[in-house]
Design a protein around this ligand. Structure first.
Ligand code: TYC
Length: 144
């Protein structure tokens, strides 16, 4: 007699009963012996990969810093250099005066330390401010 589906197939379907069902897989952790202490990693390519990853992480964690330098000259007024140090480099009036005097006496000084893009922007902006007033003040950017 046909099954309830009317397609002539056996109903209910019976599973093959010749072999017993597979036992459940053994999922218990396999304990491997610890490697001897101090042994180098077996696969050197993995070691290389790890060192590259470490480098990249270090890079993004702390990008390199750049000094913005101001150079002395005989014509740029001291007051202008102090103003630049206060407004562009956010120095206090007394810190700005000290840095200006150090540049005046020593020929060069550090106005601030920044990541490259900020250092270049500040350097360019000081250069432009000086040029607009006809002062020969020179700036530079140098890796820390
Ligand atoms: N030497 C300049 C003067 O006597 C002052 C000065 C200081 C100029 C610092 C540039 O970066 C400078 N007027």
């Amino acid at each position: 007699m046909a099954g309830p589906r009317g397609d002539g197939g056996d109903w209910p379907l019976s599973l093959p009963s010749e072999s017993p069902p597979d036992p459940p897989p053994d999922l218990s952790p396999v304990l491997l012996p610890d490697p001897p202490p101090g042994r180098p990693p077996a696969d050197p390519s993995k070691e290389r990969g790890r060192s590259v990853a470490t480098k990249e992480r270090a890079k993004s964690a702390r990008p390199p810093r750049f000094k913005v330098l101001l150079y002395n000259d005989d014509y740029t007024p001291m007051e202008f250099v102090v103003q630049v140090l206060e407004h562009v480099f956010k120095k206090s009036p007394s810190a700005a005066t000290q840095i200006m005097l150090q540049i005046h006496r020593g020929g060069m000084g550090v106005a601030g330390v920044f990541v490259l893009e900020i250092a270049e922007t500040k350097s360019t902006s000081v250069q432009r401010m000086a040029e607009e007033r006809g002062y020969p003040l020179r700036t530079g950017v140098e890796k820390e």
